[in-house]
Design a protein. Structure first.
Length: 321
């Protein structure tokens, strides 16, 4: 009875959010860029999308943080286009273009249910910011057909507070990046100048909704948050500023995933900083700072020369060990 009641509440939240998001897409304000285009009429803003979702692939993902991948994989759905388009993005094949196939809410529901049948621990929406109106519709359809897995919202951090408020009661686990806190680095990399401000505001709302930790069942996350930060070569001061900002303004209880996996993409191969991998001492400075600040729950990686960049030109973009 409790499960049925929770599912009904989530359906009601989807219907409430759908009305707000449908209005937001008509004068687009789904992200802080607020392009103002009418995507229902086929107009396109920064993301290059109209009102259709574009999905590149849906698959069990075994390379996420352990509470998300578990033993059977995260049920990951990769959407095309991104509202940031970082020059160094490892998913550049799909984040910098609209590469994939249009998907209706019913087709998205089919994908979710297929991943559930496959045994995945959750459904993870990757780079869904510009697609969120369709995602909420798809979730509503999937709930009507028996979807029962936790829902994970994996995003770049540059989110609209209004949209994150809409996701209350729909999303179980938030997985935002927090990329920048150093103004000089944001300027150098062409990031939106208000990135840190917007990321911090949306992160606080996420924490208010799901708490500042993780709730696990059989070692798999069912509710909570993990904040990711990719350490960039030659930009350690930015990373130190990020962990200090999170400690000061959010919570030291937040599970923090410090990533060392940066790999130079073709677009930045000649950049004096971004053209190399992060050094071990650079990464260790950031990890040590997080420990010194008192973060209670860290995910860390080994610094090595392994190239883990996915190839979205292949049917299976990732190669698992």
């Amino acid at each position: 009875m409790e499960e049925a009641s929770a599912s009904q509440k989530r359906r009601e939240r989807c219907e409430s959010a759908r009305r707000v998001l449908d209005d937001a897409i008509r004068n687009c304000r789904l992200c802080p860029r607020r392009c103002g285009v009418d995507r229902h009429q086929g107009e396109r803003g920064f993301c290059g999308l109209d009102d259709h979702m574009i999905v590149n692939c849906a698959l069990p993902h075994h390379g996420e943080e352990p509470p998300l991948s578990g033993t059977r994989g995260a049920g990951t759905i990769f959407f095309s286009s991104c509202n940031l388009r970082c020059s160094y993005c490892q998913n550049y094949q799909i984040s910098h273009s609209v590469r994939g196939r249009p998907a209706s809410p019913d087709e998205l529901a089919d994908m979710m249910l297929h991943l559930q049948e496959f045994g995945c621990h959750n459904i993870e929406f990757v780079t869904g910011t510009s697609h969120v109106a369709g995602i909420v519709r798809g979730v509503g359809r999937a709930l009507d057909r028996g979807l029962s897995l936790p829902l994970v919202y994996n995003c770049g951090g540059y989110e609209s507070a209004e949209v994150i408020e809409c996701l209350h009661g729909i999303i179980d686990v938030y997985l935002p990046d927090f990329k920048y806190a150093d103004t000089a680095v944001m300027r150098r990399l062409g990031a939106p100048p208000d990135y840190a401000e917007r990321a911090l505001a949306s992160l606080k709302i996420m924490v208010r909704q799901v708490g500042d930790g993780l709730i696990l069942r059989d070692d798999a996350a069912t509710r909570g948050i993990i904040v990711r930060h990719l350490v960039l070569p030659g930009m350690v001061d930015n990373s130190l500023a990020v962990v200090r900002l999170l400690a000061r303004h959010v919570s030291k209880s937040i599970p923090l995933s410090l990533m060392a996996q940066y790999t130079p993409m073709p677009a930045v191969a000649d950049d004096p900083l971004l053209g190399r991998r992060v050094a071990k001492d650079e990464y260790e400075r950031v990890v040590n700072e997080a420990l010194n600040l008192g973060f209670e729950y860290l995910f860390v990686q080994q610094v090595d020369a392994v190239d883990g960049v996915p190839d979205f030109g292949k049917e299976v973009p990732f190669q698992w060990d």
